[in-house]
Structures are given as structure tokens and as C-alpha cells.
Design a protein around this ligand. Sequence first.
Ligand SMILES: [Zn+2]
Ligand SMILES: [Zn+2]
Length: 144
Amino acid sequence: MNLVQEVEHYCQVRGLRLTSGRLQLLQLLMHYSGKAMTAYGLLEQWQQQHPSVKPATVYRALDFFLQHGIIHRLNSVNGFVLCQHLGCRHSAQLFICQQCLKVEEFKDDDIAKRLQQAATGHGFRLQSQNIELNGVCHSCQQKT
Ligand SMILES: [Zn+2]
Ligand SMILES: [Zn+2]
């Protein structure tokens, strides 16, 4: 099963509608899988195949994917990336390379648990955990 099929299945099980527009954006995200893409960058790529696509279409589709844990928003680089563990929206830790914008996602339940405990200790009701770790990836380190 490739990633698009996986997302299709994921949506089917949850009764979510993957419109043709959403599917096109999904294929774009998959093409750049593992790399942070800005909404504008996605729009530009999308318009190369479908010139009539409007920015609002991109934002709406991105919102849909965000809402359902299919992509992650990366505030530190103003980008989006396909989730590498579909539906893991409750806790995600992401390494973001500042040079090539490669994103690597890892899942450490201990970290998530510690943060949850800390939040509870502060009387803070945690809604999501999206931890962005910025630095330089292994292959970019070789180039410098
Ligand atoms: Zn994820
Ligand atoms: Zn890099």
C-alpha cells in the first residue's frame, strides 16, 4: 500500500471525503514527502498542473488534512509536511533541517508522557503536542 492508498483507506474508515482537489494536493505532498512545503510553494506546484487552482482551495484542503491528522503544520518554517505516522496528531516530535527543510518525524511516548505530566502539574489542559526541533540534518552536515 503506498501512502496515497493509505490515506484513502484512513479517510474511508473515518467517513472523510477525499475530493479530487484534496487528492491532487495529497499527491503533491507525497511527491515532496519528508520536506517542509509552504502553502505558497504547494499552490505554485499545483497550478503548474491545474492553473485554475486558487489559494483558498489550498488553504481549505490543508485545513482538512490538518484537522484529521494527515499533515503537520510546522510553525518554525511556516510549512506543512505529510505525517509519517498517520493519525498521530496527539504527539509528534519533528526534526527540521534549516538548510534543506527535510523533516524527520519520530515518536517517543516517554517524552509525550513527561510533557503530559508537566502540563497536568501546571493545571494546563494540553490539546496537542507538536514539538519542532530545528537544526541541520545528517546529509547537510556532510556538505559543510
Ligand atoms: Zn505525524
Ligand atoms: Zn538538510
